[in-house]
Ligand binder design. Structure first.
Ligand code: GLA
Length: 408
C-alpha cells in the first residue's frame, strides 16, 4: 500500500484487552463485559436524515470499546454513581457524577455522550443504574466518521445487556438508537439527525443500510465492493469538524423553515421541486433557502438512484452520483471546505470513479470509490495534493462494511 498514514482498525481482542486492562488499573477488578460499536461512512444521503429523507451508511471496522460494570448494592457507592474514564482523554482523569444530576446542559465534554444514554434510557422508563466504565476507540476522533455515535451506541448495548432491557433485536435497537439520539441532542447539545446511531446499531456486515428516516424502516443492501474489484477509500482530512457549532444547526433550521413555508411536515414530502423553488423565492433569503432545499430534494433522489444501481449490480456507476452529491453539498448546501474539495478533486484526478465529503461537513472526511488495485496510488496522489496546498497530511482507511454494536 501507499506511504501515507493509514488508520488501523483494532481487532476485537485488541480493543477488549485495552479497555479491560485500563479498567483493572483505574477502577479495580473486572468489568461485567466489553462491548463495542462502529463508526460509519455514509455512501450517499447527506443532510437528509433530519428532513425525513433517505441515507445509506455502512459501519466501519473501526470501533469504540467500552468495558462496563453496573453498580451493585455491595460496592459501597450510591446506585446512581457513574465513574467514567476515556483512554483518549486520560488527562481529564476519572469523571464522577450521579445520574440524578444529569440533564440538559449539566454535563460537558465527552462524558455527556456516555451518561446521556443512561439518562435517555431512564427518561424512556427503563430502570438504569449508575456504572463504572472505561472507553477507548480507534474511530478517528472529530473526523466525521461518527466517533460520538460509536461511543453512545457501545454504552447503549452495554446498558441494555447488564439491565436485561430486552432491546437486542432490531426493533429494540431502534429504541436504543432513539435514546442515543436524545443523548446527543439533549445532553451533548448537538442537533444531529439520527443516521449515525442507526448505522452503528442496525447495520449488517457486508451490507449498506438503507435507512428511511420518515418511519425508521431499513433495508440491508449487499455491498461487496471487493467482488467488483472496487474499494471505498476514506480520506480523513484532519480538518477537525464540530457538530455542536452553529453551522449544522443553522442548516437544519433553514430546512425546517422551508418545510413550514411549503406547508409540508418535512422536505421529504416535496414532490415538485420546481414549484417548491418558485414558492421559496418569496422569502427574504429566498436564494439561500432555495439552494438548501434543492440539495436535500436532489440528494434524496440520488439515494434512490444508488439503490437502483446497487440492485442492478452496477456498482461502478455509483462514481458519478457520488461526485454529483459533492457538488451539491459544496455549492448548494455549502458545507464543504477547502480540505474536502482538495481531497475529492485530487482523488478523482488520480482515477477515482467519484467521491464526495461525508458527514456533517466543514472538515472531517471524504470518500472516494476507487479500483481496488489503485487504492494506494489514489491515496498517494491525495497526500501529494495536500502537501502542494501546504495542508497537514491526511490519513486514510478503507471502508469495508462491518457489523453493528455488540458484546465483544
Ligand atoms: C452528521 C449528523 C448526522 C447527519 C450528517 C449529515 O453526521 O450526526 O445526523 O445529519 O451529519 O448527513
Amino acid at each position: 500500500m501507499s506511504a501515507g498514514a493509514w488508520t488501523r482498525a483494532w481487532s476485537p481482542a485488541e480493543g477488549a484487552e485495552r479497555v479491560a486492562a485500563a479498567f483493572a488499573e483505574h477502577l479495580g477488578g473486572a468489568p461485567d463485559g466489553v462491548w463495542s460499536a462502529p463508526g460509519r461512512a455514509n455512501v450517499i444521503g447527506e443532510h437528509t436524515d433530519y428532513n425525513g429523507g433517505l441515507c445509506l451508511p455502512v459501519a466501519l471496522p473501526h470501533r469504540t470499546y467500552v468495558a462496563l460494570r453496573t453498580r451493585t448494592p455491595d460496592d459501597g457507592l450510591p446506585r446512581g454513581t457513574v465513574r467514567l474514564l476515556s483512554a483518549q482523554e486520560a488527562g481529564a482523569g476519572l469523571v464522577t457524577l450521579d445520574l440524578a444530576d444529569v440533564g440538559p446542559g449539566t454535563v460537558r465534554g465527552w462524558a455527556a455522550y456516555a451518561v446521556g444514554v443512561a439518562w435517555a434510557l431512564r427518561e424512556a422508563g427503563h430502570d438504569v443504574a449508575g456504572f463504572d466504565a472505561v472507553v477507548d476507540s480507534c474511530v478517528p476522533y472529530g473526523a466525521g466518521l461518527s466517533s460520538s455515535a460509536a461511543l453512545e451506541c457501545a454504552v447503549a448495548v452495554a446498558l441494555d445487556e447488564v439491565h436485561g432491557l430486552g432491546l437486542g433485536d432490531d426493533a429494540g435497537r431502534a429504541r436504543l438508537a432513539e435514546a442515543c439520539i436524545r443523548a446527543e441532542n439533549d445532553i451533548a447539545g448537538a442537533a444531529t439527525g439520527g443516521m449515525d446511531q442507526a448505522a452503528s446499531l442496525r447495520c449488517r456486515a457486508g451490507h449498506a443500510l438503507l435507512l428511511d428516516t420518515r418511519d425508521g424502516s431499513t433495508r440491508h443492501i449487499p455491498l461487496d465492493l471487493e467482488q467488483h474489484g472496487l474499494a471505498l477509500l476514506v480520506i480523513d482530512t484532519r480538518a477537525e469538524h464540530q457538530l455542536v457549532d452553529g453551522q449544522y444547526a443553522s442548516r437544519r433550521a433553514a430546512c425546517e423553515r422551508a418545510a413550514a413555508h411549503l406547508g409540508v411536515a418535512t422536505l421529504r414530502e416535496v414532490t415538485d421541486l420546481d414549484a417548491a423553488l418558485a414558492s421559496l423565492a418569496t422569502l427574504p433569503d429566498g436564494d439561500v433557502v432555495q439552494r438548501r432545499v434543492r440539495h436535500v430534494v436532489t440528494e434524496i433522489a440520488r439515494v434512490e438512484e444508488v439503490e437502483r444501481l446497487l440492485d442492478a449490480g452496477r456498482v461502478e456507476d455509483l462514481g458519478p452520483v457520488l461526485s454529483a452529491a459533492h457538488a451539491s453539498l459544496r455549492d448548494d448546501y455549502e458545507v464543504s471546505c477547502r480540505e474536502l474539495d482538495v481531497a475529492v478533486d485530487a482523488a478523482c484526478a488520480a482515477g477515482a470513479l467519484g467521491g464526495r465529503m461525508v458527514g456533517g461537513g466543514f472538515g472531517g472526511s471524504a470518500i472516494a470509490l476507487v479500483r481496488a488495485d489503485e487504492v494506494g496510488a489514489v491515496a498517494d496522489a491525495v497526500a501529494r495534493a495536500f502537501a502542494a496546498e501546504e495542508l497537514p497530511p491526511p490519513a486514510f482507511l478503507v471502508a469495508v462494511a462491518a457489523g453493528p454494536a455488540a458484546r465483544v
